[in-house]
Design a protein around this ligand. Structure first.
Ligand SMILES: [Zn+2]
Length: 63
């Protein structure tokens, strides 16, 4: 299963905010999204990165 933003299709290791946050916790950007990203959908591997999440109007629930 590929973990990527549902809108822009970027992977966590291509998104600066996750790279930085993951580094602080000494885990991979993908692992960070799986553990910490509130919009991460464990069934599909999709999430909304912050930029897309704002662009689509802050929807409730997971991606
Ligand atoms: Zn995105």
């Amino acid at each position: 299963m590929e973990v990527k933003c549902k809108v822009c299709k970027r992977k966590p290791d291509e998104i600066y905010e996750y790279i930085i946050s993951a580094r602080g916790e000494r885990i991979s950007p993908q692992e960070y999204v799986i553990r910490q990203e509130g919009t991460y959908n464990m069934l599909t591997g999709k999430f909304y990165c912050t930029k897309c999440y704002i662009k689509i109007g802050l929807p409730l629930g997971v991606a």
